[in-house]
Design a protein around this ligand. Structure first.
Ligand code: G6P
Length: 592
């Protein structure tokens, strides 16, 4: 949700550098973008509506500078306009600021500033903070003014600020990610919402934590605790990501690259340090109650997890979407375990669930892709899924890796972690065989047939019911076709009224105790004219079109979602949508 990238150092091409680096963060938001840089005694700002990925920095006639900041926006307050794009200036253009997050009390502050004579040019909450800092700077130093202003604002944010006549860049965070890259040259620093922005420049990073402020100036960097004003020491961490894994390579889009990577990513999830799995399994055994929490795709994975535990380890697990967790707070105590599932480890609603549970003394485990993310750093136990950077907005490889970890955990809680591991290894090898160009071509036939339809439905039972919900999300996100998932048994209680001649319905079938019933549900649809696309290990009479998946028992949710990921991708391409950057969405949702 909004990408931030700033540079401070000796390089003279900072404006180009931040634009190019920011392109790697475009997955965070892409409705408009902007840049600010120091030039002589001035701050130059350039903003545009549209995607930064479409921009060639060389065409912009940017001046030289060794200090610059850039931002790509995902609109929250105020429409998608040039005026609302960041960076935002203060009243007298002295302060310039970029921001990710939401200031919840910006209206009160704005009213007060208007009384003091401030005039605003945008509808954003961000502009208010720029003005507030300038207001304070009339009596205080730049650094003090930022510290005072961030104490007054409520909400979640990551900000980077510059002042016209100061050789300083200041950054602060609460709830939204901000990472410092330590450059190779003395006194060179990068500030970004995510590592890929500066990965080509450095792999040395410092994670800014909530309520911390970082002041870069005079070739030095200092960190402060914003509550106590005390200076703090931060650790430099070397990360082992490589630039290639964050690039598209020979693939047309990240989404298809990441779908194909599932050949390897599953193995990486399964063959990791068994200690993490044992620790979380033990915590689940010891807890009086366990909640699996996630949002979006990770929320559907959490729901699958509850089914896997019911079936495999005969254990009841509660499943809740991050945004709904507060409704359960009265049941949370020291004997509760919260398992947060998140690709990015930065999703605001999941973080909030974690904060609520922590306050009640609950233990926190997390299953994350981005190691060292906020969720990972604040968890008691972390299971990294090791899927590597996932850049397409629609989650694919992270999903199956999360499902693999939950399967391992369910077996571990049943005392049979090795059985689970062997099953997953077999599944990964069958996926390896399945993911070939012929398979994708077969799915393309059905994509071509249905590409102009208005609505489609997906049905599943048991652990494949949440997979039907996830399948619907995948189709909605990138094809923009109206898609909905249902539990097979629920069809007759309402949704079947939506079926008419040739309505496509995907039936997710596994060779398990739900098989006969889901096939009966498919029959019910077919009897009303529906066109049945079966995702199943064997071809069934009721199918009009069959997509074969391996017969893998308890890991059927993993194999059943993959053909739908491919179908969604192909529909997006056929309908000329950008599958990597679907409209209105962002990959990392750091606002509530
Ligand atoms: C956004 C993304 C989804 C993702 C969800 C949760 O909505 O577009 O793909 O599933 O956030 O993200 P997380 O990083 O917590 O898994």
């Amino acid at each position: 949700m909004c990408g931030i990238f700033a540079y401070y150092g000796e390089k003279k091409n900072a404006p180009h550098l931040v634009i190019e680096g920011l392109k790697n963060l475009e997955y965070r938001g892409y409705d408009s973008w902007g840049i600010a840089y120091k030039n002589g005694g001035d701050i130059i700002v350039h903003k545009e509506v549209g995607k930064i990925g479409d921009i060639n920095a060389k065409d912009l006639a940017l001046g030289e500078s060794s200090v610059a900041m850039a931002h790509s926006r995902w609109a929250t307050h105020g429409g998608v306009t040039k005026a609302n794009a960041h960076p935002h200036f203060s009243e007298h253009n002295e302060i310039v600021l970029i921001h990710n997050g939401i200031f919840e009390n910006y209206q009160e502050i704005k009213k007060d500033l208007i009384k003091k004579g401030h005039k605003f040019l945008s509808q954003t909450d961000t502009e208010v903070l720029a003005h507030l800092i300038e207001q304070h700077s009339r009596k205080h130093s730049f650094e003090e003014s930022v510290k005072m202003a961030v104490k007054e604002i409520e909400g979640r944010y990551a900000i980077v600020v510059m002042k016209k006549d100061e050789d300083k860049v200041i950054a602060a965070r609460k709830g939204s990610p901000l990472i410092i890259g330590v450059g190779k040259e003395h006194g060179e620093y990068f500030i970004a919402s995510d590592i890929p922005a500066f990965l080509a420049q450095t792999n040395k990073v410092i994670y800014l934590d909530d309520n911390q402020i970082c002041v870069i100036g005079n070739k030095k960097i200092n960190f402060y605790d914003n509550a106590t004003n005390e200076e703090i020491k931060k650790r430099i961490i070397e990360i082992d990501w490589d630039v290639e894994s964050a690039e598209k390579g020979e693939f047309a889009h990240f989404m298809i690259k990441e779908i194909m990577e599932q050949k390897d990513t599953l193995n990486r999830a399964i063959n990791q340090d068994p200690k993490n799995i044992e620790l979380v399994a033990k915590a689940i055994e010891e807890a009086e109650s366990t909640y699996f929490v996630g949002c979006g795709t990770a929320g559907k994975v959490a729901m699958v997890g509850a089914y896997l535990f019911a079936k495999i380890s005969k254990k009841q697990i509660h499943f809740v979407f991050g945004s709904e967790f507060q409704n359960y707070k009265d049941f949370i105590n020291k004997k509760t375990l919260l398992v947060c599932i998140s690709q990015s480890g930065e999703t605001a609603d999941t973080l909030e669930a974690m904060e609520i549970a922590k306050e009640k003394g609950a233990k926190i485990a997390s299953i994350v892709n981005v190691e060292n993310s906020s969720i990972a750093r604040h968890s008691d136990i972390v299971i990294p899924i090791k899927a590597g950077p996932e850049k397409a907005v629609a989650s694919t490889k992270a999903t199956t890796s999360q499902l693999a970890i939950l399967t391992l955990l369910a077996y571990a809680c049943d005392g049979g972690v090795e059985i689970g591991k062997q099953l997953l290894i077999r599944t990964a090898s069958q996926i390896n065989d399945m993911l070939n160009p012929r398979y994708a071509d077969h799915i393309k036939k059905i994509a071509t047939k249905i590409k102009d339809i208005e609505s489609m439905y997906i049905i599943g039972r048991g652990a494949n019911f949440p997979i039907a919900l996830e399948a619907a999300i995948k189709l909605q996100e990138v094809s923009y076709i109206h898609a909905e998932g249902f539990a097979g048994g629920e069809l007759k209680h309402g949704p079947i009224a939506l079926i008419s001649k040739n309505t496509p319905v995907i039936a997710l079938v596994a060779n398990d105790d739900c098989r006969k019933e889901i096939l009966s549900n498919a029959q019910e649809v077919k009897a009303r004219g529906g066109y049945i696309i079966g995702v199943a290990p064997t071809n069934e009479e009721v199918f009009d079109f069959w997509i074969r998946v391996p017969d893998v028992g308890a890991t059927s949710p993993i194999v059943n979602i993959i053909p739908v990921q491919i179908l969604a991708y192909q529909l997006a391409v056929l309908r000329q949508n950008d599958p990597d950057k679907p409209r209105n969405l962002a990959k990392s949702v750091t606002v509530k």
